[in-house]
Design a protein around this ligand. Structure first.
Ligand SMILES: C[S@@+](CC[C@H](N)C(=O)[O-])C[C@H]1O[C@@H](n2cnc3c(N)ncnc32)[C@H](O)[C@@H]1O
Length: 454
């Protein structure tokens, strides 16, 4: 049988999940970059559309993306497309027969599926669609149960559920190649996870973060605000060695109150290592330790291939760091001196970027969530660092007035002494103080919940 290498002018079609729209392009671009391939869409590319046509890829590239992607549902070798069924027919009849024949010859078995986006078709209409493709020279035998090859007619009826056109806006036909990894959202759901907390990161987003970070086999990945280790679970699934720190002793040691309904205290072995064991990746566990991210304990070296984290926003957990406020004058009757002080959001992010500049390998990525008060947001608020280049900035809406942005940065140079004064030369490097009032703004009463919890 001919392979894709002996066939020419191949284009591939991705069918993308219609959620987390902002996260899709950075995910696919990062996964292609892991293969050393650029993202080359075909003409008329629309980022928010459910189907993307890509050029300059091999079938192996597409398989590789699909072994990792959460955002892509399925991938196809594109045989034809058009705005109408007659345009599709013309396009299919124009497709080189030698590209089709390895999959349509008389000894093959096949099935044709019909998929419609933003419209439900009656069974009879699906059959009509399939019958209308009789101009294609399938010589093999139909096998609905276990075909060697699956083909798909995909119709796009736009993205507005209140305005569904009679006829599709666009139609594609192709050979199915692979499905993405959306099953991981279910298999790794925090609902069934051994050890969880109030702020455990959703499984799908954790895998998307690992993809944005270009985490790969044998990488060393660090989460400085590790909590219950959801991000370590995702990174270890992709073959990385993982470690983390958290200021909270109980979280690191799996002690204290449980976050589960009907359970007061955490049970034995409720800890991050057990989470990895649950998913068969315990061998990728390096360690976790109690440590304050504002006072890193690491030797000065580029230790990590990726730093991936969800810092505290002060909504469900406090933003504290160790140390006492010696300057605060206390009344004599108050003898207790606190062992922690406020850790302002602007400092959290400035410290995180600085830490990453020092401890990421060159080209390594930092991926983190930045909470945002939407009415005031502008792109300039995203923290900068002279050693880190912004790769992507994706919004996940939480409520009418708040969202969080998934920020991905890449280390482009090592830190220099002058960087400590960078904020004097360029205001973009000053920590933006506006992040500090996020908690007050979040609870300002203006919020209507739209997205998931923080
Ligand atoms: C949003 S949660 C992270 C949740 C985590 N991604 C998970 O899936 O469970 C933030 C974590 O940061 C920790 N934290 C707060 N202040 C810290 C500090 N100064 N240094 C290190 N960890 C801190 C909190 O204890 C909390 O576990």
């Amino acid at each position: 049988m001919a392979t894709s290498n002996s066939r020419s002018c191949l284009k591939y079609l991705l069918h993308l999940a219609h959620d987390n729209l902002d996260f899709r392009l950075p995910e696919i671009t990062a996964l292609l970059a892991l293969r050393g391939k650029p993202f080359h869409p075909c003409e008329n590319f629309r980022e928010k559309a459910p189907f993307w046509c890509l050029n300059d890829l091999s079938e192996e590239d597409v398989h590789s993306i699909m072994t990792r992607s959460i955002c892509a549902k399925s991938a196809f070798e594109l045989w034809g497309h058009g705005q109408t069924h007659s345009e599709l027919k013309a396009s299919l009849l124009n497709y080189p027969p030698e590209n089709m024949s390895p999959f349509t010859h008389k000894d093959s078995t096949y099935r044709i599926n019909v998929y419609t986006f933003n419209k439900t078709l009656e069974f009879a209409d699906r059959i009509k669609r399939i019958d209308a493709l009789e101009y294609l020279s399938f010589e093999g035998t139909v096998s609905l149960k276990s075909p060697q090859h699956i083909f798909c007619l995909l119709e796009d009826y736009g993205t507005d559920p209140n305005n569904i056109p009679e006829q599709p806006n666009y139609i594609y036909f192709g050979r199915w190649i692979a499905d993405g990894q959306r099953e991981l959202i279910r298999s790794h759901s925090v609902k069934n996870r051994h050890f969880i907390g109030n702020t455990s990161m959703d499984a799908g987003l954790s895998f998307i973060m690992a993809n944005h970070a270009k985490v790969k086999e044998n990488d060393i990945v660090f989460d400085p605000f590790v909590g219950t280790g959801s991000l370590l679970v995702a990174c270890s699934h992709f073959g990385a060695y993982v470690c983390g720190t958290d200021i909270d002793y109980n979280t690191i040691h799996g002690k204290g109150r449980s976050s589960r309904k009907n359970q007061t205290w955490r049970g034995p072995d409720e800890n991050i290592r057990a989470n990895l064991r649950q998913y068969g990746t315990e061998k990728m566990y390096l360690d976790v330790m109690v440590s304050d991210a504002s006072k890193p304990v690491w030797r000065e070296a580029a230790l990590f291939d990726a730093i991936i984290t969800d810092p505290p926003y002060g909504i469900r957990e406090s933003t504290r760091r160790t140390g006492s406020n010696k300057d605060i004058t206390r009344p004599p009757e108050e003898s207790h001196i606190p062992v922690s002080q406020a850790y302002h959001l602007s400092d959290i992010f400035a410290d995180l970027l600085n830490f990453s500049a020092h401890h990421l390998v060159m080209g390594g990525r930092l991926v983190y969530w930045l909470p945002i008060y939407r009415p005031e947001y502008c792109d300039e608020m995203v923290p900068h660092h002279p050693c880190l280049r912004l790769i992507s900035n994706c919004e996940q809406t939480l409520s009418s007035h708040t969202s969080r942005r998934l920020i991905t940065m890449e280390k482009i140079r090592g830190p220099e002494e002058v960087d400590r004064l960078a904020h004097l030369a360029d205001l973009r490097f000053s920590p933006y103080q506006g992040h500090n009032a996020f908690r007050e703004k979040y609870f300002s009463g203006l919020n209507k919940r739209e997205g998931e919890d923080v």
